[in-house]
Design a protein around this ligand. Structure first.
Ligand SMILES: [Zn+2]
Length: 157
């Protein structure tokens, strides 16, 4: 577990950002059916940082919020990484669809769940306990690693 790690709540505009934060391993709730009232209530009740494009939402009493500046997901992620001091220590430990923590999956059990070529080339599998999706260091991993390198480069003075 990432003890003391910030937890997030993304507004309806920020579904893609929510998925990236989950890929980084951060607990991020997102549901396109949440209205402003529900978001504010949930942010307070679960002490989550509300990520929003709506300046009105950042003014709700008792809500810790970060006003997201950009419409594009990369600058959005960069803003959150910088503002909240995030790292990639727990990248790929959480399901990007349902936010659940992934569990290790033995190679033997992965057979039949992933394509044969993946089974031949990958050794570490994880599975979501909620939706049963199987994860490995494939395309998503490569994309995320590339983006993280870009973010790190951008952080250097
Ligand atoms: Zn899942």
């Amino acid at each position: 577990m990432n003890e003391g790690a910030p937890r997030f709540l993304a507004d309806v505009m920020l579904g893609r950002l929510a998925r990236w934060l989950r890929a980084l391993g951060y607990d991020t709730r997102y549901d396109s059916s949440f209205d402003d009232g529900a978001l504010a209530k949930l942010a307070r009740a679960e002490e989550r940082i509300l990520l929003t494009r709506d300046v009105e939402l950042t003014r709700r009493r008792g809500v810790r919020a970060l006003l997201i500046q950009d419409d594009r997901v990369k600058p959005q992620l960069r803003q959150v990484v910088l503002a909240c001091g995030l790292n990639a220590n727990l990248a790929f430990t959480r399901c990007i669809q349902c936010n659940a923590q992934l569990e290790p999956l033995a190679d033997a059990h992965a057979a039949g769940l992933v394509p044969p070529y993946v089974l031949q080339t990958q050794t570490r599998f994880r599975q979501c306990p909620q939706c049963a999706k199987v994860y490995w260091r494939g395309t998503h991993w490569a994309r995320m690693s590339e983006l993280l390198r870009e973010l790190e480069a951008a952080n250097e003075p």
